[in-house]
Design a protein around this ligand. Structure first.
Ligand code: HEC
Ligand code: HEC
Length: 220
């Protein structure tokens, strides 16, 4: 009897597993804000792959990797690149403003779902001693100049904390350094409450370089 019960329990769980798979493969219900990764993949392959690679692991250091980035952060950035009613976009990038122009809110959700599901390729820091200085800053901040540790918001392993705090681990150092400089000069000013502007305005150029180098090799 025990054995029979076990077998029927297994049968039930197999049936449940199968039916949930079927649900996962059907289109999301109208009004659902989860996004359809398969539809996102079509746009990613046709439009975005040239610069971000088909799976979002960019091989060009100036272009950010998107693989494994949180959907919420990707959606926010794509909306921030949009220029509405001729007003300047909240996040400035001539390339990306042109890219997002034809995208609907649904396309943007689908792209967020697609990239969030891709597996990020781990990176390797090129300059080990610079990366070591960067690690101290990433994990401990700089008490003298009131720079907080990055871990508090971006997590110790750089995977970030959705919905607000982006994943950083393995990102190209060239891209990260460019963004940190842009936050410092407020060329990028789409960070809520100026959080990244305040932090980077307390950092030296050397510190920006060191932490960018460390992040490029940070693994989860
Ligand atoms: C011609 C090259 C190019 C194409 C094509 C392109 N991108 Fe980009 N993308 C960039 C560059 C360069 C940046 C960095 C902009 C900056 O410096 O702020 C960027 C930034 C981004 C970011 C911000 C990432 C972050 O970590 O903040 C997202 C999201 C993004 N792109 C998504 C897309 C999507 C989705 C598409 C297709 C619809 C696309 N991109 C097409 C070059 C491109
Ligand atoms: C108090 C929270 C907080 C702390 C501490 C913090 N960040 Fe951030 N960071 C944010 C938020 C929020 C964003 C997203 C801004 C936006 O919405 O575009 C961000 C964005 C970034 C980005 C842009 C990522 C991308 O893909 O474009 C980089 C790079 C970054 N942070 C690096 C750092 C570094 C390095 C440190 C430590 C010196 C740090 N952050 C400390 C909150 C924080």
């Amino acid at each position: 009897m025990q054995g029979m019960k076990l077998i029927s329990n297994i049968a039930v769980s197999v049936a449940l597993a199968l039916s949930s798979q079927v649900f996962a493969e059907t289109a999301p219900e109208p009004g659902s804000d989860k996004g359809d990764a398969a539809k996102g993949q079509q746009i990613a392959t046709q439009v975005c792959a040239a610069c971000h690679n088909p799976d979002g692991n960019s091989i060009i250091p100036a272009n950010p990797s998107l693989a494994g980035q949180h959907a919420e952060y990707i959606i926010k950035q794509l909306n921030n690149f949009k220029s509405k009613d001729g007003k300047p976009a909240e996040r400035e990038s001539a390339i990306m403003t042109a890219m997002v122009e034809p995208l609907s809110a649904e396309d943007i959700r689908n792209l967020g779902a697609y990239y969030a599901q891709q597996t990020p390729k781990p990176g390797v820091a090129q300059d080990k001693s610079l990366a070591e200085q960067g690690e101290q800053l990433y994990r401990g901040g700089n008490l003298e100049t009131s720079v907080p540790a990055c871990t508090g918001c971006h997590s110790p392993n750089g995977t970030g904390l959705p919905p607000k705090y982006p994943r950083l681990a393995g990102q190209h150092s060239e891209y990260t350094l460019g963004q940190l400089r842009a936050f410092r000069t407020e060329q990028r000013a789409n960070d809520e409450n100026d959080v990244m502007h305040t932090i980077t305005s307390r950092m030296t150029e050397k510190e920006l370089r060191a932490v960018s180098e460390f992040i490029s090799g940070l693994r989860q």
